[in-house]
Design a protein around this ligand. Structure first.
Ligand SMILES: [Zn+2]
Ligand SMILES: [Zn+2]
Ligand SMILES: [Zn+2]
Length: 433
């Protein structure tokens, strides 16, 4: 690891005059960041979160990725995206037709979900990257508000999940007819890869350093101790280190507290709501397949069973894991985090932290089934022969995914580590190790 290993002695006051400092956003440990070489990253020694990484050509590379991603997105909206042939009848849709079909079915909410998560958010993200990386030709208050929104919308870009959903719908449709990809499919795959790379190589710490310098701190810093124990907090938006009693960040103007206010209450409220929605989402049909005039409603579980009986075991497993196991485990995990953050029991913090990271990363992938339904219902429109329509269950399921994402966001991961601080205050020789 590249950072200096913090001295775990409370009397050691920082003497790194030139090294920047970061308060780990996940565990609240104060870390001094040494000079890091190109292509390397600095990780938190306690929870192993990546704090900052240094990229080669930090300006030109993201811009190049973002510009080409936008161009690919444009191309993928121009031509047919996927097509299908059943008994001589052909059907072909472009990307832009997918939401149109949903709107005409009174599923405007699902259409806008698709437009926002798969097109609008990623496109905006690319534009923001271009503006943020091209330098100082726009006023700084603009840059600040763009940077603030850029890091907010990152979590809501789901291009790769949509692409996986397209592949799953192909497998589902292979039993009924010939499915194929159109000209637009290839630029869309490139768009997916390019936007992921663009998001990846824009480092939060670096971007904010470019936008504006961090506010000066007139107090000694003790590396290797938690921020809270020395009256400091990390700005959750720009990573600036601020005094705990300062409500508003001097750099990005977001207000915050030492710990997210009412974090556990909010997380629990969102969790309980999502549990209540999750039950009908599983019991009500998510889509209706109409073959030769007979409507056949199917639930999530029925879809898995059907795929399994057709022999598509891997896809059945993907849907089972993404739509049933992940949301269930995620709810259990969030509940566990809340319950444990409230108790004073000695637990394995590292393990809780891993659970939190997995929940944050995997949760979005539950959206895959919603995208599958969007693609299926847009593509399979062959009148009496065969048609697929979305149903209320899909909408409920989408809201469950979004609510659990919010629940994971409102949970403050630093609460997991706070008891370590209390512990080390009692036993100084333990030092948070
Ligand atoms: Zn230092
Ligand atoms: Zn950490
Ligand atoms: Zn800030």
């Amino acid at each position: 690891m590249l950072l200096h290993v913090p001295q775990l002695r409370s009397w050691l006051v920082c003497s790194h005059v030139h090294d920047p400092h970061i308060l780990c956003p996940q565990c609240d440990l104060l870390v001094a960041i040494p000079e890091i070489a190109v292509g390397q990253k600095a990780k938190c020694p306690r929870c192993h979160t990546t704090l900052t990484s240094r990229w080669k050509e930090p300006r030109r590379r993201p811009i190049a990725y973002a510009v080409s991603a936008l161009f690919m997105l444009l191309l993928s909206n121009l031509f047919p995206f996927v097509n299908m042939k059943v008994a001589g009848l052909g059907s072909e849709v472009t990307l832009i037709q997918i939401p149109q079909v949903l709107v005409s079915d009174d599923y405007a909410s699902m259409a806008s979900l698709f437009m926002i998560l798969v097109q609008l958010m990623p496109a905006l993200g690319m534009i923001f990257i271009i503006i943020l990386c091209q330098g100082t030709s726009i006023p700084s208050h603009w840059q600040i508000s763009i940077a603030r929104n850029y890091f907010r919308l990152k979590a809501w870009c789901m291009v790769e999940i949509f692409l996986a959903g397209v592949l799953v719908s192909f497998v589902k449709l292979m039993a009924y007819g010939d499915v194929g990809v159109g000209t637009s499919f290839y630029p869309f795959v490139l768009f997916c890869i390019l936007q992921l790379r663009a998001f990846q190589c824009t480092d939060r710490y670096w971007i904010w350093q470019q936008v504006a310098p961090a506010p000066k701190l007139e107090m000694p810093l003790r590396v290797g101790e938690s921020g809270l124990s020395q009256g400091l907090r990390s700005c959750h938006c720009c990573m600036a280190i601020l005094p705990v009693d300062q409500k508003q960040c001097g750099r990005c103007d977001t207000s915050g507290h030492a710990r997210r206010k009412n974090s556990l209450q909010w997380t629990m409220a969102l969790l309980i709501t999502s549990i209540f929605l999750y039950i009908p989402a599983n019991l009500l049909p998510i889509m209706i397949t109409q073959v030769l005039g007979t409507p056949m409603p199917s639930t999530i579980m029925a879809g898995v069973v059907l795929l399994w009986s057709e022999g598509s075991y891997p896809v059945a497993m993907v849907i089972l894991i993404a739509s049933i196991m992940v949301p269930t485990l995620k709810m259990i995990a969030i509940g566990w985090l809340c319950w444990d953050a409230n108790s004073n029991k000695e637990i394995d913090r590292e393990r809780l932290h891993v659970i939190y990271e997995v929940v944050e990363f995997v949760g979005r992938w539950s959206m895959i089934d919603v995208f599958v339904i969007a693609v299926l219902s847009a593509l399979v429109r062959m009148g009496q022969l065969m048609s697929i329509y979305p149903d209320i269950g899909a909408l409920l399921f989408a809201s469950v995914v979004i609510l659990t994402m919010f629940a994971a966001m409102t949970f403050d991961p630093r609460l997991i580590w706070d008891r370590a601080v209390m512990k080390s205050a009692k036993e100084p020789q333990d030092g948070g190790k």
